[in-house]
Write a protein that binds this ligand. Structure first.
Ligand SMILES: Nc1ncnc2c1ncn2[C@@H]1O[C@H](COP(=O)(O)OP(=O)(O)OP(=O)(O)O)[C@@H](O)[C@H]1O
Ligand SMILES: [Mg+2]
Length: 267
């Protein structure tokens, strides 16, 4: 079954003070994402990937088109505060910049505690701490290294892992991960991707993974959508897209994949 249906989605930004200039960031794209599926949205900088993600996350309104998540049009059918909170629990984001996702004045466990309170107002501190510790272990972190620390005291890779720990606690049915590995060193990247696929395997989560990197998308996705200038120019299974590309742009992307990926079994 399709968890997400995107139909004829477009976004045009109007820019300028004296004269209005239009930027057509997303142009009439359509696709579906099934339960338990990992899809990648691949394309160069400025191709419209994050704008697409923000519309699906209900952060910016589309100019036209429809986004149906679990049977509801997210821009028409979610009216009450509770409906929106429940939508945000189910469709969750892991962003490019992990630093922006933390309150600098809170120790990190407080960020996770807020998630638990959202799920269950009556949860006890003891229960909460146990769940937080468990979620940190799940993402390969030792709670002793993390608890009590403020965001500036932990590394970028650790922040990314804690964002995924938050997903373990929230159990969203859909995660949009926008360049989740771009802020961290190459050696930690595979680990983060592996954690996302583990979430899918254990919780049935659908994942939309946004990246510049077709090589990485090839190894982690069930299907790949290639974006260029606001359009999806090609979509298919990784083998269809990478081994038998139809569009000129996809062919260019493939030529730019470094040989490094021959060693991807390591991750
Ligand atoms: N709020 C905005 N106002 C005006 N133009 C915008 C806005 N957000 C994005 N754009 C423009 O829309 C286009 C698509 O941007 P978007 O951020 O979606 O690209 P992207 O594919 O995510 O790029 P990157 O890989 O660099 O993150 C770009 O030309 C960008 O300048
Ligand atoms: Mg982006």
């Amino acid at each position: 079954m399709s968890r997400l249906i995107v139909k004829n989605l477009s976004k045009t930004f109007l820019l300028g003070f004296f004269s209005k200039r239009k930027v057509e960031a997303v142009k009439n794209i359509s696709f579906e994402v099934k339960e338990n599926e990992i899809v990648s949205l691949v394309g160069e900088s400025g191709s419209g990937k994050s704008t697409t993600a923000k519309m699906i996350l209900r952060l910016i309104a589309p100019t036209s088109g429809e986004i149906i998540f679990e049977g509801k049009d997210i821009w028409k059918d979610l009216n009450t505060k509770n409906e929106i909170i429940s939508f945000r629990k189910n469709l969750h984001a892991v962003f490019q910049d992990p630093f922006a996702s933390y309150n600098p004045f809170y120790p990190v466990e407080r960020t996770l505690w807020q998630v638990l309170k959202l799920l269950d107002k009556n949860i006890s501190k003891k229960e909460g701490l146990n769940l937080i510790k468990e979620s940190l272990f799940k993402v390969g972190l030792d709670p002793k290294d993390i608890l009590g620390k403020y965001p500036h005291q932990i590394s970028g890779g650790q922040k990314q892992r804690i964002m995924i720990a938050r997903c373990w606690l929230l159990k969203p049915s859909f995660i949009i991960a926008d360049e989740p590995t771009s802020m961290i060193d190459a050696s930690s990247r595979g680990g983060i991707i592996k954690l996302l696929t583990k979430l899918r395997d254990e919780q049935g989560t659908s994942i939309m993974f946004i990246t510049h990197d077709l090589g990485l998308a090839y190894y982690v996705s069930d299907r790949i959508f290639v974006m260029k200038n606001g359009e999806i120019v090609e979509q298919g299974t990784p083998d269809e897209v990478v081994l038998n590309p139809q569009h000129k742009y996809t062919k260019q992307l493939i030529e730019s994949i470094p040989k490094l990926y021959e060693k991807m079994e390591d991750i």
